[in-house]
Write a protein that binds this ligand. Structure first.
Ligand SMILES: [Mn+2]
Length: 338
């Protein structure tokens, strides 16, 4: 028999859309109705800032899943094949100020489930950021530590792994292999950890276009070339053009772009006036935020308005609405990395 663990960020928000909650309940019930225990520790995205706010993850209880989504550590002993599996859940809200966590003496197998960055985590030569999971918490002699937050399958220690995400969340993850981990135990403890890849929506980052000296017709022709003979149907596709002169982007053939948008789940032609792609790639994404978000957004709108991609009146409304959303989001969401 099995047991399912989710190490967090089931949802990307404290208040996800209704269809998202229903999707979660349906899929979770497929597991729990077979009497397979399902336990989840909340991540940063779904943890309310205020202790008085209810998290959507509480719905998990309706389908008999066990969820820790508040500010306390939860310990749940679960019977699996005559063995007692002691699951210690440390949700995001309980990570801060949590020192050492110790396994239970009464359990046959002890598992810690938590969400955050381990010390020294590097991804593609980039330091991921400051660790919030303290060494004391990760050295407690558990048979296994199920980590969440980082989207790649990753071995932190022989007994501590990030299972990785089940879907890609941005072009910074175009090389990722989404999936989950199967962890097996025997009478001696941890036996094996295996990453199982799953099929997801294809994501394609097409070869960049260097558009120096191109006019609109030439850029159109190059977009056509780059997208010909590629399996685009249902894919998430990005095509970046650099060194694009003013006024050129607005002259790219609309019919071609509409056709690409119809075929792809999402097609984005990113137009950059700059000529050096590496400036834009510090985080593997051109949407990396370098300044405070409000200023960054205002600059984004101004730039596109100047380039003629946005009409003046629309740009103004867009800016105003966007700013309001940013203020609202900032008051609702905890700070987050992933
Ligand atoms: Mn997270």
């Amino acid at each position: 028999m099995d047991l399912v663990l989710h190490s967090g960020d089931v949802f990307d928000s404290v208040r996800p859309a209704t269809h998202v909650i229903i999707g979660f309940l349906k899929q979770t019930f497929r597991i729990t109705q077979r009497d397979i225990p399902y336990l989840v520790a909340a991540g940063n995205h779904e943890t309310p800032r205020l202790r008085s706010t209810t998290a959507a993850l509480e719905y998990a209880n309706l389908v008999n899943a066990i969820s820790a989504h508040g500010f306390e550590i939860d310990y749940e002993p679960v019977e699996v094949d005559g063995a007692t599996v002691g699951v210690t859940l440390v949700p995001h809200g309980a990570v801060f100020g949590t020192g050492a966590v110790t396994p239970s003496r009464d359990a046959d197998v002890n598992i810690l489930v938590t969400h955050g960055l381990v010390p020294g985590l590097e991804a593609r030569q980039h330091e991921m950021g400051e660790a919030n999971l303290q060494p004391g918490m990760l050295e407690g002699g558990f048979d296994y530590i199920a980590l969440g937050h980082y989207h790649e399958f990753h071995e932190h220690k022989p007994n501590a792994f990030y299972a990785g995400a089940t879907e890609r969340f941005g072009f910074g993850e175009v090389e990722s292999k989404p999936g989950f981990a199967i962890v097996e135990f025997d009478s001696k403890g941890l036996k094996s950890v295996e990453h199982v890849e799953i099929e997801t929506r294809p994501m394609l980052d097409l070869p960049k276009i260097s558009a120096r000296d191109m006019d609109a017709a030439e850029l159109t022709e190059t977009v056509h070339e780059r997208t010909s003979g590629v399996e685009l149907d249902g894919a998430i596709v990005r095509l970046r053009a650099y060194d694009v002169r003013r006024g050129v982007a607005s002259g790219v053939d609309r019919e071609l772009l509409r056709d690409l948008q119809r075929r792809c789940l999402n097609f984005s032609l990113e137009v950059h006036a700059e000529e050096r792609p590496e400036d834009m790639e510090r985080n593997g994404s051109s949407t990396a935020v370098f300044g405070p978000l409000g200023e960054e957004f205002a600059a984004f709108v101004a730039e596109r308005r100047e380039r003629g991609e946005l009409e003046a009146k629309f740009a103004e409304e867009f800016l105003e609405k966007g700013r309001a959303y940013l203020v609202r989001a900032a008051s609702e969401e905890p700070e987050s990395a992933a």
